[in-house]
Unconditional design. Structure first.
Length: 226
């Protein structure tokens, strides 16, 4: 299947590598491909520039947000939450309509430093804002509650015995996303309900960030015990 991933950070790269391993075709989207490919510095988390990553992952293609959206039968939003609506607007509504959009973004506000606060919460979520802005896109919020490496390899922790959430208005879209998550190794997939339920996973981020601060490692996860 063809995937368009909006975002060239660690989430976009990690999802792209896994999808290619599973024989899918991936275009990673960025605002300005010519500028992005010339970057030579490490990012804020110490990740190498995308050029280095592309040399090691030669089946992945870099393109504009629009090219990624045109390529994708399923689109993944792996952009910074502050820029997600802008990225999707650049990608183009007509290139997104009637497609599944897996939304992994978080509404983190870093203007006052660490730990960030949320710029949307309580009565709204970024997932809902995206769904309202693109009413004909099948938005499914998922995977935003964990470190990127766990997203595609839940067995890195507790033999995979932990939980991932999906939120969205379209039952078939959530089923398709759940099937994809199963192909990554996920077993405990909890359907929270419509897109308004994205508020919960997004509002978990303040707890995730403080747990990270205490543990000093990002490899931990939610397990819903019943
Ligand atoms: N890092 C994790 O482990 C993790 C875990 C869970 C959820 N998340 C969420 O996943 C998303 C991606 O995280 P990340 O760490 O991979 O990368 P990131 O640094 O948060 O985002 C990188 C991408 O955001 C795009 N972007 C930034 N500002 C933009 C703007 N104003 N307009 C359009 N695009 C913009 C960049 O585009 P250019 O390529 O053009 O610069 C880049 O491709 C975030 O929302 C994050 O909160 C991350």
């Amino acid at each position: 299947m063809n995937f368009g991933i909006l975002g060239t950070g660690v989430v976009g790269r990690t999802l792209a590598a896994k999808l290619i391993e599973l024989d899918h075709s991936v275009v990673l989207g960025t605002r300005d491909p010519a500028k992005t490919i010339l970057k030579s510095e490490l990012d804020g988390m110490g990740n190498p520039p995308i050029r280095v990553w592309l040399e090691k992952n030669s089946k992945a293609k870099l393109g504009s947000f629009t090219e990624a959206a045109v390529h994708g039968e399923i689109i993944i939003n792996a952009t910074n939450g502050v820029g997600s609506l802008n990225a999707l607007q650049i990608a183009g509504e007509m290139n997104l309509n009637n497609k599944i959009l897996m939304d992994i973004s978080n509404p983190l506000d870093l203007t006052n430093g660490m730990p960030p606060s949320l710029f949307i919460s309580n009565t709204d979520s970024l997932g809902e804002q995206i769904q309202r802005a693109f009413p004909n896109v099948l938005v499914v919020k998922t995977l935003n509650t964990m470190n990127a490496y766990l997203m595609v390899n839940p067995r890195l922790l507790a033999n995979g015995d932990h939980s991932v959430f999906v939120s969205g208005n379209d039952t078939a879209a959530k089923a398709a996303v759940s099937k994809l998550l199963q192909s990554f190794g996920w077993e405990d997939i909890i359907d929270l309900g419509d897109i308004t339920t994205a508020r919960g996973p997004e509002m978990y981020l303040p707890l995730w960030l403080r747990t990270w601060g205490v543990l000093q490692i990002p490899m931990f996860q939610i397990k819903v015990v019943r």
